[in-house]
Ligand binder design. Structure first.
Ligand code: T5A
Ligand code: NA
Length: 213
């Protein structure tokens, strides 16, 4: 007996990359393109700073609050869990979600702190069981090129030496769903590649594809 085919659904598209690689720029353009093509699509981001947990994370990132490294790691993960039911409902209803950062940022940024007790395995544990993206578009940009984009901002992690460590962590998180994108190209050239790659994933999910964990 064969299992029933998976029903059609929206695609779960994640964007990752170091700070200033152009994730938010590309996510915004991709959502507008998908909508113009008649594909129901929404822009999401993590951290989602609008929730109670997200407000604590925002205070931490803007240095208005000090939070223990392990505790803030769990808050970032909890921020994904508190959105995961809604995320699955949206996908099941046929909406494609373009998501600016996800659990890979969570692991890479905490593991890059290289603190005892915060190794990669510990960092990955709280996110185990979350919905898995259908594709992870990794915008790849050197720390030097990123810093040249108007310089890093004022937030906690926006320092070149730390960003290098984050990039090393991201490298070791690469999996089969990852698509590496050269983010040193023009905004338009990157967007063109993303539209083609994302279109194929959206079409596959619309034909019915099980959502991973
Ligand atoms: N974090 C996050 C954790 O520690 N744990 C977690 O679990 C999660 C989810 C969140 C911080 O929290 C950390 C990671 C982060 O440090 P955020 O809100 O996602 O940060 O970060 P932002 O500061 O909003 O965004 P980034 O710094 O990551 O920038 P983007 O989105 O990659 O880049 P973007 O699109 O804003 O562009 C940056 C600049 O470059 C220009 C843009 O105009 C802009 O000025 N630009 C280009 N210039 C030339 N060529 C191109 N192709 C360009 N594309 C964009
Ligand atoms: Na951003």
């Amino acid at each position: 007996q064969t299992a029933a085919p998976a029903p059609p659904r929206g695609a779960f598209l994640v964007f990752e990359g170091a700070d200033r690689a152009g994730k938010s720029t590309q996510c915004g353009l991709l959502v507008e393109h998908l909508k113009a093509q008649g594909v129901p699509a929404e822009l999401w981001r993590f951290p989602d700073r609008t929730t109670a947990i997200g407000k604590m994370i925002d205070a931490y990132l803007t240095s208005q609050a000090e939070i223990d490294d392990a505790a803030v790691h769990l808050l970032f993960s909890a921020n994904r869990w508190e959105k995961s039911q809604e995320l699955q409902r949206k996908l099941a209803a046929g909406t494609t979600l373009v998501v600016d950062r996800y659990a890979y940022s969570g692991v890479a940024f905490t593991a890059a702190k290289a603190k005892p007790g915060l190794d990669r395995q510990w960092c990955q544990a709280p996110d185990a069981g979350l919905p898995a993206p259908d594709a992870v578009f990794f915008l790849s940009l050197s720390t030097e090129a990123a810093a040249a984009r108007g310089g890093y901002g004022e937030e906690r992690y926006e320092k070149a030496d730390f960003q290098k460590k984050v990039l090393e962590q991201f490298q070791s998180l690469r999996g089969p769903a990852w698509r590496m994108v050269d983010a040193s190209q023009s905004v338009e050239a990157i967007q063109q590649q993303l539209r083609e790659a994302a279109g194929a994933v959206v079409a596959r999910c619309a034909r019915g594809a099980p959502l991973g964990r």
